[in-house]
Ligand binder design. Structure first.
Ligand code: PLP
Length: 425
C-alpha cells in the first residue's frame, strides 16, 4: 500500500470506529500518520521527520524510545510483565522507595495507577476520606483530568457542563499567577477554611495556558491549609520529572504537600503509569481499617514500574533537570527575541524550564502558526483551556542546535501567518 492510501485508510478507520468529528478535524489540519519515534523526533507515514516540541503534552521528557528505558522494559517483558497480584512485587517496591526518597519530605507512601486522571482521582478520594470533609478548592483554567471525579475539579466549564451534576463540593478560584495579581492569591488563601478537605493545584498551570504561580503564593497556601487542617494536593502530572528545571515544580519553593500526583513523563515515554504520593497520616486514615480501600488491577504493573525506575536513573545520569533549565533559558531567550520583532501578534512569552507558553494577541493566530510549524517539521500545540497560547514542551534531552531550529521555525511560521492575515484583512 502506498503512503497516501495508508493515510486514507487510517483516517477512514478513525472516522468509522474512533471519533468521526476528531478525524475530520485532524484531517483538515493536514496531520499525517505517526509510525516511528526516536530521540527528539517523530516520523510520519511518508518518512518525514518532525522535531517533537509537544512531546505528547510532556510525556516524552526522555525523548522517544530512550534506550535505557526500552532495555529495562524488554528485560521485564521477558521475566514477568504483569503482576499476579498475590505476591509482593519487587519492581513496585523499588519504585515506591525511590519516589519516597526523591519527593518532598513527608510523602512516604505511594499508590500506583495508569494515568494522570487516575492519580488525581485517588488524591481526591484520599483527601475526602482522610479529612471527612467535602469541599475541594481548585483553580479556574486548571486541568486535572476528564473522569467524573477529576472533571469535578477541572476548571473549565465547557468540559463539565454536559455531565452535571458532578462530585459536589468543588469550588473554583483564580490561579494565583502574576497576571491575575495579588488579589487572586488572597482570594485563594481566604477560600481555604475549616470545611475544606483540600486545595488542588498545578505548580504551573499547563492546559490553562502555562501560568506560573506568583512567588510566595504556594507557601502562603501551604501555610493556610496547615492552619485549618486542610490538605494540599499538588498535581505534578505535567510539571513533574524535571520539566520545570527541578525534579518537581513544588521543589522551586520547597513546598511539602500532603499529596502529590505524577504520570506522563514518569513512564519514560515507553509505558503509561500514574502515581499518587501521600503522607503516612493520609495513608493510615484510608487504608488502616481496609487495606483494599482503593485498588487498581494494572496499577503498579512490573513493566510500568521497570520503565519508571529506568526513567529516574536516566534523569539523574543525564542531568536532565539542569538540562531543562539551560535549554529552557535558551529557548525562552530566542522566543523573546522573536517576540520583539512580532509584537503585533505575540503578546507574551513565559514559562519555566522546558514548559514554555507563547501567547498571541488574537485567538486564530495559534492555529495558523501551528499549521505552519508542522509544515516546516516542528510539532507544537495550543493549550487545551487557552487556544491563544502555544505550548512548547520538547524532550529534556533536546540540544542547542535543536532549540535554535525550533525558534527559527517558530519565527518563520509567525512571519508567514502575519503575511496571510495582512492579505485577508
Ligand atoms: C496537570 C494534569 N493533571 C492531570 C492530567 C490528566 O492526565 P491523563 O490525561 O493522563 O489522564 C493532565 C493531562 O494533561 C494534566 O496536565
Amino acid at each position: 500500500m502506498d503512503a497516501d492510501a495508508f493515510h486514507a485508510q487510517v483516517v477512514d478507520q478513525y472516522s468509522q470506529h474512533i471519533n468521526p468529528a476528531l478525524a475530520k478535524l485532524m484531517n483538515f489540519a493536514g496531520f499525517g500518520v505517526e509510525v516511528r519515534g526516536e530521540g527528539c523526533y517523530l516520523f510520519d507515514h511518508e518518512g518525514r521527520q518532525y522535531l517533537d516540541c509537544l512531546g505528547s503534552y510532556g510525556v516524552f521528557s526522555l525523548g522517544h524510545r530512550h534506550p535505557k528505558v526500552v532495555e529495562a522494559v524488554t528485560a521485564q517483558l521477558n521475566a514477568l510483565p504483569m503482576s499476579g497480584k498475590v505476591f509482593f512485587n519487587p519492581r513496585q517496591a523499588e519504585l515506591a522507595t525511590r519516589l519516597a526518597a526523591i519527593s518532598p519530605n513527608g510523602l512516604e507512601l505511594c499508590f500506583f495507577s495508569n494515568s494522570g486522571a487516575e492519580a488525581v482521582e485517588a488524591a481526591l478520594k484520599f483527601a475526602k476520606g482522610a479529612t471527612g470533609r467535602t469541599k475541594i478548592i481548585s483553580t479556574i483554567g486548571s486541568f486535572h483530568g476528564k473522569t467524573l471525579g477529576t472533571l469535578s475539579v477541572t476548571g473549565r466549564e465547557k468540559y463539565r457542563r454536559m455531565f452535571d451534576p458532578l462530585m459536589p463540593g468543588a469550588e473554583f478560584v483564580r490561579f494565583p499567577s502574576p497576571q491575575e495579581g495579588a488579589s487572586a492569591w488572597s482570594e485563594m488563601v481566604n477560600a481555604i477554611d475549616s470545611d475544606t478537605a483540600a486545595v488542588i493545584l498545578e505548580t504551573v498551570q499547563g492546559e490553562g495556558g502555562i501560568h506560573l504561580a506568583a512567588p510566595g503564593a504556594l507557601p502562603a497556601i501551604r501555610a493556610k491549609t496547615r492552619e485549618v487542617g486542610a490538605l494540599m494536593i499538588v498535581d505534578e502530572v505535567q510539571t513533574g520529572m524535571g520539566r520545570t528545571g527541578r525534579l518537581f515544580g513544588c521543589d522551586h519553593e520547597g513546598i511539602e504537600p500532603d499529596i502529590m500526583t505524577l504520570a506522563k513523563a514518569l513512564g519514560g515515554g515507553v509505558m503509561p503509569i500514574g502515581a499518587t504520593l501521600f503522607t503516612e497520616s493520609v495513608g493510615s486514615a484510608i487504608f488502616s481499617e481496609n487495606p483494599l480501600m482503593h485498588t487498581s488491577t494494572f496499577g503498579g504493573n512490573p513493566l510500568a514500574c521497570a520503565a519508571a525506575i529506568a526513567t529516574l536513573d536516566v534523569i539523574e545520569a543525564e542531568g536532565l533537570c539542569e538540562r531543562a533549565r539551560l535549554m529552557g533559558e535558551r529557548m525562552m531567550a530566542g522566543l523573546r527575541e522573536m517576540q520583539s520583532r512580532h509584537s503585533d501578534l505575540v503578546s507574551e512569552v513565559r514559562g519555566i524550564g522546558l514548559m514554555i507558553g507563547v501567547e498571541f494577541s488574537m485567538d486564530e493566530v495559534g492555529e495558523l502558526v501551528i499549521a505552519q510549524m508542522t509544515k516546516r517539521g516542528v510539532i507544537a500545540a495550543y493549550t487545551l483551556n487557552n487556544p491563544r497560547v502555544i505550548r512548547i514542551e520538547p524532550p529534556l534531552i533536546i540540544n542547542e542546535a535543536q532549540v535554535d531550529e525550533a525558534v527559527r521555525v517558530f519565527d518563520e511560521a509567525i512571519t508567514e501567518t502575519g503575511e496571510l492575515l495582512a492579505m485577508i484583512a
